[in-house]
Write a protein of this length. Structure first.
Ligand SMILES: NC(=O)c1ccc[n+]([C@@H]2O[C@H](COP(=O)([O-])OP(=O)(O)OC[C@H]3O[C@@H](n4cnc5c(N)ncnc54)[C@H](OP(=O)(O)O)[C@@H]3O)[C@@H](O)[C@H]2O)c1
Length: 230
């Protein structure tokens, strides 16, 4: 059984926990406070989930997810995450996150900064451009599902969508490719992390995140991205 340590129990972390459990994973989930604040969520998620402090969730994980915005003072459990694949699903939004000069100037991507925060882990950008909430405009009943459920399809389905993955570590790309497949998505490898600006907010592929895109469209949209320098 594979256990995912999900650090971040907000909209993204809790919804990812739900779909991962449905796909057969076990989940240990944490927020920035403590497990006692997650009792309701964990009882909702069922017996394959438990809550823990972030360091304990990281220690228990076969692989982990950081489902919260980037900050340099994030108190990440570096030692407990050492040697592990860490999925970073953070989007850099200046209005929310403030400015990081190295990212704004195009010197680095936000995910390279997270890799620097976790020098002994294998950081991989994934799940940044799939919504973990319902559509803003509800037209049909399925619009009430988060896109990560609404757009999921079995392997080989003609309307299966693809999600992007970027890492400096091929084994991290392979792990996420399998995880995407288990959740109902194809993968497009856009490595290394220095190239992950191609899937940043505002890029052509990112603008299609509400309804998703096929593998071919995603490859094309990544290629036609232009770097946004602030
Ligand atoms: N929501 C989406 O549809 C979506 C889609 C794609 C990507 N994302 C990305 O996912 C990230 C999270 O978004 P969200 O909408 O889920 O935000 P959110 O609802 O505000 O949740 C953030 C969660 O992270 C926790 N947290 C913060 N710092 C932490 C730390 N150091 N260790 C452990 N947990 C920590 C918070 O815990 P406390 O409440 O205890 O502070 C909270 O549970 C963002 O970077 C966003 O860009 C979101």
């Amino acid at each position: 059984m594979t256990t995912i340590g999900i650090l971040g129990a907000g909209q993204a972390g809790s919804t990812l926990a739900r779909v991962a459990i449905a796909a057969g994973y076990d989940v240990v989930i944490a927020n920035s406070r403590g497990p006692e604040t997650l009792k309701g969520l964990v009882s909702d998620l069922g017996p394959r989930a438990r809550a823990a402090y972030a360091a304990d969730a990281a220690a228990a994980a076969d692989f982990a997810v950081t489902a919260f915005r980037y900050t340099p003072d994030d108190n990440l459990p570096v030692e407990e995450l050492a040697g592990k694949v860490v999925i970073d699903n953070n989007n850099y939004m200046v209005w929310r996150d403030g400015n990081y000069a190295e990212v704004d100037s195009g010197l680095k991507t936000i995910h390279e900064l997270r890799q620097e925060r976790l020098p002994t882990s294998k950081v991989v950008k994934a799940f940044t451009h799939i919504q973990f909430h319902e559509r803003f405009l509800i037209r049909v009943p399925s619009d009430t599902l988060p896109a990560v459920s609404r757009l999921a399809r079995p392997a080989g389905a003609p309307d299966r969508k693809a999600l992007v993955v970027s890492s400096n570590y091929p084994e991290a790309v392979e792990l996420v490719t399998r995880f995407y497949d288990d959740l109902g998505f194809d993968a497009v490898d856009n490595s290394p992390l220095s190239e992950s600006w191609r899937s940043a907010p505002g890029t052509p592929m990112w603008r299609l995140h509400v309804d998703g895109q096929s593998r071919e469209d995603l490859i094309r949209n990544l290629q036609r991205a232009q770097r946004i320098i602030l």
